[in-house]
Design a protein around this ligand. Structure first.
Ligand SMILES: C[S@@+](CC[C@H](N)C(=O)[O-])C[C@H]1O[C@@H](n2cnc3c(N)ncnc32)[C@H](O)[C@@H]1O
Length: 414
């Protein structure tokens, strides 16, 4: 283990809290949705850690199990007379702290959790294979939170979508670490002072890459090489190189996952991100849920961490851009210009976030109580909206701007 990682579990740092909140808040509606279907779920925390930090705060395995408990409680309330709940298999892979993790999982319902003591690289394929052999149709969610990028495997991520009924990923992508290694392998001098840039990076992978092939396998292709060439020519700096790599990494994932979002975790505005949390799904509902979740975590990141509690008039995105309503209107109009057929609201919103990034939360686009871009467009006749049910129990036209619980909203440009 790198000496920089030895203290990782001593105290849970604020950026790890944001990361776990992103996971835990997403998983409640995710599990709710999947439990309402009939196929079992395989959830794998691929770099699970100890389960608890030494300061008593929960790590990702216990955060996840809390989310699952909340969803099971909601399922039980919705099924007071019983019924068969889909099986949920929680698997935790951990190389260095498996014993601690087992101890922290004592008391979990029998058969729900299993700790796999070993390397992700050695265990993930046999684990998935065993699950496929046992269940013909299975939903899978992989949480991938390693210290570095060395173990990321684009071919594996691609294959999941072909084998499972649904597949979702949440990846901690150390994109800056990738750029640093890519420069080393391509023998391009790193212009910035490494000690300064990596000084505050505790989750730092000291393992090195040996070849272009190894980097290609992580990135899912050779697109990164032209980024490093541009960096070597001085056309871009290392911050632009990181951003471009993250953009193309998402594009590459979109070959198999329709919706890919990311949230850069920065400790100071304008600094390079410590890492990016990348979410991939084929379901518009998953994308809109994650986008709203990212927007909410961003408020905490920008206000509490980057601005020491200072509110700003216009909310900032995780990329530290100020997005006012004029910009949002322009982007929504752009998307509406190709929305000539009635389209589900959640698909429209997912397409918006996928195309433009998480520029705002859902309330500013659609569901805001005091108004939203789409509500205004409906009022001034820029869009046509069709709702099911069209009328309330009292016979009045429905006005909802949120799908779910039997409510369906379709829209198109006028
Ligand atoms: C960033 S930490 C994970 C933190 C955890 N997700 C949490 O929130 O508590 C990375 C973990 O991966 C483990 N690890 C390192 N190399 C590994 C490998 N090849 N396979 C599986 N686990 C590994 C480390 O021991 C460490 O606990």
């Amino acid at each position: 283990m790198s000496k920089n990682n030895r203290d990782f579990f001593k105290q849970k740092k604020i950026w790890s809290e944001v990361k776990d909140e992103l996971l835990g808040c997403y998983l409640v509606p995710y599990f709710n949705k999947i439990l309402s279907m009939s196929n079992p779920i395989l959830y794998v925390d691929c770099f699970a850690g100890k389960g608890k930090f030494d300061d008593g705060k929960n790590g990702s395995p216990l955060t996840t199990l809390d989310s699952l408990d909340k969803s099971i409680a909601q399922w039980r309330t919705a099924h007071p007379h019983g019924g068969s709940m889909p099986q949920v298999c929680m698997r935790f892979i951990e190389l260095n702290h498996a014993k601690d993790l087992e101890a922290n999982l004592v008391g979990q319902p029998a058969g729900r959790c299993e700790v796999i003591d070993g390397k992700f690289e050695d265990n993930i394929i046999p684990l998935l294979q065993k699950a496929i052999d046992r269940h013909r149709s299975l939903n899978v969610f992989l949480y991938v939170d390693p210290y570095g990028v060395k173990v990321l495997n684009a071919t594996l991520f691609d294959a999941l979508t072909m084998v499972f009924s649904t597949a979702e990923l949440l990846i901690n992508l150390n994109s800056f670490g990738f750029i640093r290694e890519a420069c080393r392998v391509m023998k391009v001098a790193f212009r910035e002072k490494e000690e300064e840039i990596f000084r505050d990076l505790e989750e730092y992978d000291s393992s090195t890459m040996d070849s272009i092939d190894e980097l290609d396998a992580i990135a899912g292709g050779g697109y990164w090489q032209s980024i490093i060439t541009d960096y070597s020519k001085g056309t871009i700096d290392c911050y632009q190189a990181e951003k471009e790599f993250a953009r193309q990494y998402k594009l590459r994932l979109r070959q198999k996952y329709n919706y890919v979002l990311d949230m850069p975790i920065r400790l100071k505005a304008g600094q390079h991100p410590k890492y990016r949390m990348v979410h991939a799904t084929n379901h518009p509902d998953g994308c809109t849920l994650m986008a709203d979740n990212i927007a909410k975590r961003t408020d905490r990141l920008v206000i509490e961490i980057q601005s020491s509690g200072q509110l700003s008039l216009i909310p900032q995105t995780a990329e530290n851009e100020m997005i006012d309503d004029c910009i949002l209107e322009e982007k929504v109009r752009e998307l509406l210009s190709i929305t000539t057929e009635y389209t589900r609201l959640n698909k429209f919103l997912a397409d918006f976030y996928n195309e433009y990034g998480v520029l705002c939360d859902l309330s500013r686009l659609s569901s805001g109580r005091s108004g939203s871009i789409l509500k205004n467009f409906e009022k001034n006749g820029e869009i046509l909206v069709s709702r099911k049910p069209a009328f309330t129990d009292r016979g009045k036209p429905t006005k909802f701007w949120q799908e779910g619980k039997g409510n369906i909203l379709m829209l198109k440009r006028r």
